[in-house]
Design a protein around this ligand. Structure first.
Ligand SMILES: Cc1cc2nc3c(=O)[nH]c(=O)nc-3n(C[C@H](O)[C@H](O)[C@H](O)COP(=O)(O)O)c2cc1C
Length: 160
């Protein structure tokens, strides 16, 4: 089955303090991962500086159905399609949906996207943004400490 990739940008419409917004984003990603597993979609989500950038990849029909839902979701607004194109292979095959932490790189990234939305940028820029997202995921996977620290001799002793 031919594969497609969709990339869009939108603005948060989430209420609450930073902590609550952060939790809501984690919930969006966790729910999306479950739904995407059922629809054979993979992808990644950047959520930073009040902006979402999401990539979805998979069969065209599944992308279209999901993107329609996403567009009418009131948790964000100004959804702007950046790219919908056929692809040879998935870049995010390992992730049904995952949050990408890019922090400092968000502002330069948005500058590139604003140019893209004016039609002034070539698609090689889109490719490099996707590569940045992917490389950030693979490097975090290697360097990030485990979320759960398995008990070792030291903290078992403390528990006793
Ligand atoms: C930023 C953002 C990203 C989302 N990403 C996905 C996604 O990748 N897959 C998905 O199924 N729903 C995603 N959703 C949620 C959908 O908008 C929708 O709530 C969800 O598909 C449930 O639809 P349903 O009520 O028809 O089951 C996202 C929502 C937001 C705000």
């Amino acid at each position: 089955m031919p594969l497609y990739r969709l990339l869009y940008k939108s603005a948060f419409a989430l209420r609450g303090d930073a902590r609550s917004v952060n939790r809501q984003i984690d919930d969006i990603v966790a729910d999306a991962a479950l739904d995407n597993l059922r629809s054979d979609l993979s992808g990644a989500l950047i959520a930073s500086n009040g902006i979402f950038i999401q990539v979805l990849e998979g069969p065209l029909s599944a992308i279209e159905i999901t993107f329609e839902k996403i567009c009418s979701d009131l948790r964000h607004r100004h959804v702007e399609l950046i790219e919908l194109a056929p692809i040879d292979e998935r870049l995010f095959a390992e992730w049904q949906m995952v949050r990408v932490d890019i922090r400092d790189e968000m502002l330069p990234l948005l500058r590139v996207f604003d140019i893209a939305l004016n039609g002034l940028v070539d698609m090689s820029k889109t490719e490099s943004i996707l590569e940045l997202m992917r490389s950030r995921l693979t490097t975090t996977a290697v360097t990030k400490p485990p979320a759960y620290d398995a008990p070792n001799e030291m903290n078992i002793a403390q528990i006793r």
